[in-house]
Design a protein around this ligand. Structure first.
Ligand SMILES: C[S@@+](CC[C@H](N)C(=O)[O-])C[C@H]1O[C@@H](n2cnc3c(N)ncnc32)[C@H](O)[C@@H]1O
Length: 195
């Protein structure tokens, strides 16, 4: 994860801001946000997914394993009284939330069965997950596969795993955004499911 520490200062490019804003829009189109809601963003990075949503909910807690990412987030978010951050991984979470979201993190997590179970256990009853990541790709998205545990995810696999740990009303919205790089197109999905 050291790589993310090194990239933190230059993380917020126009293309990543556009990507996160589009994911946030897709979350809002699929989930009714309200002022009583607590959100956890795991692998929040510099908070690109947090800022388009934070005014619509009660609290947002951002966690990440890279301290430099969190430093950038804390600086950008210092005027948001309802934002808290913590240097920790998803498995260290002990509280529960109404909405757990993440963007481009799941392919960095080794065992998504274990992750799905942890997310289920970290939701309040009726709580929802909103996870954006790469659809199946050919392995060319990352320059190095160090720390990459999945070459994107298929709709079928996501439904099987998240249903298997108890999630209901599972929906995979495909092609919510297309990342274009190396003359290739890498579409993203948004997985939504309810406890
Ligand atoms: C590709 S970046 C995405 C950052 C941000 N979500 C965004 O879309 O701009 C992945 C982030 O996930 C974090 N991360 C990886 N594994 C994690 C874990 N198990 N728990 C929490 N954060 C994790 C990394 O440190 C990194 O900041």
């Amino acid at each position: 994860m050291n790589d993310f520490n090194e990239r933190a200062k230059n993380w917020d490019t126009n293309s990543k801001i556009e990507r996160s804003n589009t994911i946030a829009k897709s979350i809002k189109n699929n989930i009714k946000l309200d002022k009583n809601m607590s959100i956890l963003d795991f692998g929040c990075g510099t908070g690109l997914l947090i800022f388009p949503l934070i005014k619509e909910v009660k609290t947002v807690h951002g966690i990440d394993l890279a301290p430099n990412m969190l430093d950038v987030l804390k600086e950008k978010g210092k005027n948001h009284k309802n934002l808290t951050t913590e240097l920790k991984g998803i498995y260290e979470i002990t509280e529960t939330f109404d909405l757990i979201m993440s963007s481009m993190v799941m392919h960095h997590i080794e065992d998504i069965n274990k992750l799905a179970k942890k997310l289920y256990d970290s939701l309040n009853l009726g709580g929802i997950i909103a996870i954006a990541d790469l659809m199946k790709e050919d392995g060319s998205f990352h320059d190095s596969l160090d720390g990459i545990y999945a070459l994107g995810f298929s709709n079928e696999l996501l439904k099987k795993i998240f249903k298997g740990v108890g999630f209901k009303e599972i929906k995979v919205v495909e092609n919510i955004f297309i990342i274009e790089k190396k003359k290739k197109k890498y579409p993203l999905f948004l997985l939504i499911a309810k406890r």
